[in-house]
Unconditional design. Structure first.
Length: 288
């Protein structure tokens, strides 16, 4: 398939390379010359003008920093420029309202479009093992699935337009809360004189079982190997978790959802990110 890929950063670079490996012809665009050079090295055809990249394609994939940029790119360079009938896939993490808005504009111009944010970081993007949560019509999903399969291990239809972004921010709000809870319990056990490894052994097989404890233990040398064992380098950056929490709180307000723990998690991550935005989000344990 002939596919345009817009946004070849930490995530998009590896995703575009995997589309090439899956046998697609990838036409790549980014504002960064460095990103374009890397994409060329990975077998993409590169363009310095977005409208040229989307000419003649059957699908457009984007992986961009935020909703404002996604909206501008689709309005200015994709809608009305990619061939009528192309399927559009935005894989960026953005606010639910903008995702719905851009899809509505695309549909009005005759395109099928999905929001398809991902779970999994840079390693999963490079390894082709991302999980995609997809919002859009049945028809758009079926068309998008054929493209997404080349970049991930799971592709799940979440519901109508915006449902992918909704799933993503609700999941990450839960993750932020559970990580803080896990960190609190581990530090408290330690303060009370319980060996943290013993606590891990017990709680990971009891009702405290959760992903943050069992699969991403935030204390070095305890439980499974995680970013904690590498001085909190790599993993999922605190700054990105904070971005997702802000999107979650924005959406909660719009929907009138009560999220007291989500709000508190955001406040704790805001304070921590001031000096530690680059550390893995499990490093929040250092504040306890
Ligand atoms: P990044 O900053 O590394 O990459 C973004 C790329 O977009 C850059 O190469 C930049 O030059 C390019 N860009 C910016 N404006 C552009 C424009 N107008 N036209 C074309 N290209 C443009 O960011 P990333 O880490 O790759 O993240 C991308 C998206 O994926 C974000 O929405 C992020 O929240 C989401 N995400 C990231 C991770 C992660 O671990 N990094 C995990 C899950 C989801």
């Amino acid at each position: 398939m002939k596919i345009a890929f817009i946004g070849l950063g930490n995530m998009g670079g590896g995703m575009a390379a995997n589309l090439v490996k899956a046998g697609h012809q990838v036409r790549a665009f980014d504002l960064s010359e460095e990103a374009l050079a890397a994409a060329k090295g990975n077998g993409c055809e590169t363009f310095t003008v977005a409208r040229e990249a989307v000419a003649g394609v059957e699908a457009v994939v984007s992986m961009l920093p935020n909703g404002g940029i996604v909206k501008a790119v689709y309005q200015n360079d994709v809608i009305g420029h990619a061939p009528a009938g192309a399927v559009l896939l935005d894989c960026s993490t953005i606010d639910v309202a903008t995702a719905k808005d851009v899809t509505a504009s695309a549909e009005a111009a005759g395109y099928d479009m999905v929001d398809a944010p991902v779970s999994g970081g840079i390693a999963a993007a490079n390894g082709g093992t991302l999980t995609f949560m997809v919002g859009g019509t049945e028809k758009a999903f079926a068309r998008a699935e054929a493209v997404l399969n080349g970049m991930g291990k799971a592709v799940i239809h979440a519901g109508d337009a915006g449902a992918g972004q909704t799933a993503k921010i609700c999941n990450n709000m839960l993750l932020a809360i559970s990580m803080i809870g896990t960190a609190e319990a581990m530090k408290m056990a330690e303060k009370l004189g319980l060996d943290p490894q013993k606590f891990y052994e017990i709680s990971s097989q009891s009702s405290g079982y959760c992903w943050s404890l069992n699969a991403y233990t935030p204390l070095p040398g305890v439980g499974v190997e995680s970013p904690a064992d590498k001085d909190y380098q790599g993993g999922f950056a605190t700054g990105l978790m904070l971005k997702d929490l802000r999107l979650a709180m924005e959406a909660a307000e719009t929907a009138g959802a009560s999220t007291p723990l989500g709000k508190h998690a955001q406040e704790l991550y805001e304070a921590f990110a001031e000096e530690n935005g680059g550390l893995d989000f499990s490093a929040i344990i250092k504040t306890l």
